[in-house]
Write a protein that binds this ligand. Sequence first.
Ligand code: 5GP
Ligand code: SF4
Ligand code: MG
Length: 465
Amino acid sequence: CGVFGVVGVADASNFVALGLHALQHRGQEAGGIVSYDPAAGFQSARRFGYVRDNFTSQSVMETLPGELAIGHVRYSTSGAKGQTAIRDVQPFFGEFAMGGAAIAHNGNITNAVALRRELIERGSIFQSSSDSECIIHLMARSLQQNIPERMEDALRRVEGAFSIVAMTRTKLIGVRDPLGVRPLVLGKIGDGWALSSETCALDIIGAEFVREIKPGEMVVITADGVASHFPFRAQPSRFCIFEHVYFSRPDSILGGRSVYETREAIGRELAKESPVDADLVCPVPDSGTPAAIGFSLESGIPYAMGIIRNQYMGRTFIEPTEQIRNMGVRLKLNVNRALIKGKRVILVDDSVVRGTTSRKIKEMILDAGAAEVHFRIASPPTAWPCFYGVDTPQREKLLAATMSEEEMREHLQVDSLKFISLDGLYRAVGEAEGRNKKCPQYCDACFSGEYPVIPSDQVTQGFEM
Ligand code: 5GP
Ligand code: SF4
Ligand code: MG
């Protein structure tokens, strides 16, 4: 998901709509905005579909007045799968003794099932099926006298990944979980401030990137300034390494470097680790593009757009049902036949999950008359599900959970298949010494199976780590 918030500028909700539009790649199912204005009070609009289709009309935006607003774009990783209900669309709102608060959450709460059961037993009335709603109910039960402290209380009971943007009548609040699994950044716009999942959304509103919110940090922002606290026990950070590989937009800055440069470095590393004699390097667009450019630069094999993407389709993986996902590949990608015929082609993609995309693409490339097909993948084999906010399927559906690299090559029927090594990936994201095995610098659980936070609801339901 993507979260965004603004305080201290007129018509804040318009900036939030623009910010969410720049974060649309993080969630396409639905979006919502909450605003506050002293005369109008809290107002909200929650809609299915793209930001551009819902939050651009004057009739919607004029219902969201004020100098303080937050928003969310949703991609379901918890709650009812398949058909998102409007009641699951964030931001969520709660009315407390000291006033209202709205919150937007990116990440996944790994003890939400247990918390929900406990809260319901004690009388909470849940409105949605979302894990994030627990935070509102925990806040309602806190005895603290102000909303930021109630939020701290609530979040100390929550396990898992959270980057949160929240608001009261006067404050914009940002929080990252102690491991800092999901991103969150601070920006300055005129006399006001912005919080965003990624820097690309600061660019769109002309805000200046100030800094990343630190793992375990809570910032409470008014038009007067930013107050920072660290309410959780300090721990070594474990940012999601897959944000570098796939999730974040290439024009965002992560850890002081553009995601594009990191992906190019991943492609170079891949070319060093797994070279192959071929005529063309083609990306699987768009997610494989920067890595393919890196692979081409390192290997000296020409880069070509052998597959053309229809720009009007969303990200395949994010479509919630298998059937739509299966169709998705052909609706979205087409082979540039004239380029491919008779050529030995290296295809670079970011990841192999179920293997459906790779299989379809291989068929399309061979149909077009390619002489050889070599897959090079910019992440290690995805053998474990993510429980921290990326929607990987159950373990059984992951190709790498049941097959070796050679078995996957046979299954995909390609001439060769190579994944970047975990150490190679760490080097490419800037860790010269590779992965620190005792204390890995990132979360890489979907590749290593080493979960930095025990997914306790999953374990209760029989998941074997
Ligand atoms: P597959 O067809 O192997 O199941 O899907 C892999 C493709 O889905 C990759 O090319 C990747 O670009 C895309 N994708 C979209 N969303 C995600 C995600 O959340 N996780 C992963 N690993 N891949 C995703
Ligand atoms: Fe990111 Fe993978 Fe960790 Fe999930 S399991 S947070 S996708 S590195
Ligand atoms: Mg892809």
